[in-house]
Ligand binder design. Structure first.
Ligand code: PGA
Length: 258
């Protein structure tokens, strides 16, 4: 778990896949395969599976989290979920501002900012997702968009809180499309993100922030991505759905092809 230093994290984001039974079987199978890994292993599972996943993962090095939460502590918000409920169910972290939340469900940076603050108050590690669309990339506005998302989604976040937040750069055009950013390109963008953190919070925070890459990460590209000096972790969607491919990504160092 985040300890105020940059760390290597491999996180699975299951999205709307897997029942409770499927989750238990997956975690049981994954546990021995990643027991010797020196990266932190995170699994972001559906709300209904958090409790059983965290019970199945007890005593292992797998951390269980959620994919979303509301910004309020409780209230008349039909269909929403509070951070305290996630913690009680066994979640350690929560993905906030995933592009599917931003684009399909219309979440704004201001809403995402309130969620990040609530997650921190509730004791959850937020993984804040940022990323440009293809259109924004083609029009040359990637950096402006990332800077806006960072400064607005993390508005009023203090330096001591930055050490508890993980950032995931997920170019929207690379999510679920099979088109990964090349490791060099991803590295360049990560450097820009780190520079922006430096500008907004200072050099110390910039050096310590874990910045993950996401978007069509597979067993055969994980190693090359992780070899980049500013890519500290990976957020994996489709390839986290089978134990086989996810465990290969966790053990990216052993990959022959890259
Ligand atoms: P993908 O998804 O690996 O299937 O591209 C990544 C994500 O959405 O977090």
């Amino acid at each position: 778990m985040p300890n105020g230093q940059r760390q290597h994290v491999i996180a699975g984001n299951w999205k709307m896949y897997k029942t409770i039974q499927e989750t238990e079987a997956y975690v049981r199978e994954l546990t021995p395969l990643v027991a010797d890994s020196d990266v932190s292993v995170f699994l972001s599972v559906p709300f209904t599976a958090i409790r059983s996943a965290s019970e199945a993962a007890k005593g292992s090095n797998i951390h269980i989290g959620a994919q979303n939460m509301n910004d309020a502590s409780e209230g008349a918000f039909t269909g929403e979920i509070a951070g305290t409920m996630l913690v009680e169910a066994g979640a350690n972290f929560v993905i906030i501002g995933h592009s599917e939340r931003r684009h399909i469900f219309g979440e704004s940076d201001a809403f995402i900012n309130r969620k990040v603050k609530r997650a921190l108050d509730d004791g959850l590690i937020p993984i804040l997702c940022i990323g440009e669309t293809l259109e924004q990339r083609d029009s040359g506005s990637t950096e402006a968009i990332l800077k806006e998302q960072l400064s607005q989604s993390l508005a009023d976040i203090q330096s001591d809180q930055m050490s508890k937040i993980l950032i995931a750069y997920e170019p929207v055009w690379a999510i679920g499309t099979g088109k990964t950013a090349t490791p060099d390109h991803a590295q360049e963008v990560h450097v820009f993100i780190r520079e922006t953190i430096k500008e907004l919070w200072g050099e110390d925070d910039a050096d310590k922030t874990t910045i993950m890459y996401g978007g069509s990460v597979k067993p055969n590209n994980a190693r090359h991505l992780m070899e980049q000096p500013d890519i500290d972790g990976l957020l994996v969607g489709g390839a986290s759905l089978t134990v086989e491919s996810f465990s290969h990504i966790v053990h990216y160092q052993n990959a022959l092809t890259h």
